[in-house]
Design a protein around this ligand. Structure first.
Ligand code: CUA
Length: 152
């Protein structure tokens, strides 16, 4: 009699335990509140599309998608050329630590976080050479980290 009660109690505990495990797994797989997050693995992100082939892709009438990688201490690609008036949708991720993405003279300024794809859209209405600089301290050669966008 008592054995039977303990057996039922044991099975009940096991069921509760498995349920908690299941809920935990589900919670980890679910998206966090506040919107969609693009999770990528920083170590392998450059081995598959689109980050295995960084650069500009024309997607419309003077509209481009710029796929970029940030790493210590530089960006890929090292240089991009676009026509005046081009709208550029930047998609960038980091291969290692947190970097910055700032274009002095514009309002372009974002953080580049490993494990995430960071987005920003900017229309280049003036011709000239624009520097992209890292504004998050990322190591000894942080000051050297840059790439160029030529608008002509
Ligand atoms: Cu990258 Cu500072």
């Amino acid at each position: 009699r008592y054995e039977k009660i303990w057996l039922i109690f044991g099975i009940a505990m096991l069921v509760v335990f498995l349920a908690v495990l299941g809920i935990g797994t589900f919670a980890r797989g679910a998206e966090p509140p506040g919107g969609h997050r693009h999770a990528v693995d920083p170590e392998t992100v450059d081995q598959s599309a689109p980050f295995n082939d960084p650069g500009l892709k024309k997607i419309g009438d003077n509209e481009y998608e710029a796929t970029m990688l940030a790493f210590a201490f530089g960006y890929s690609p090292e240089k991009m050329e676009i026509p005046v008036g081009a709208t550029v949708h930047f998609n960038i991720t980091s291969k290692d630590v947190v970097h910055g993405f700032q274009i002095p003279g514009t309002n372009v300024n974002m953080m580049v976080v490993p494990g995430e794809i960071n987005h920003l859209t900017y229309k280049f209405t003036k011709a000239g050479e624009f520097l992209v600089l890292c504004n998050e301290y990322c190591g000894v050669a942080h000051e050297m980290m840059q790439t160029r966008i030529i608008v002509k």
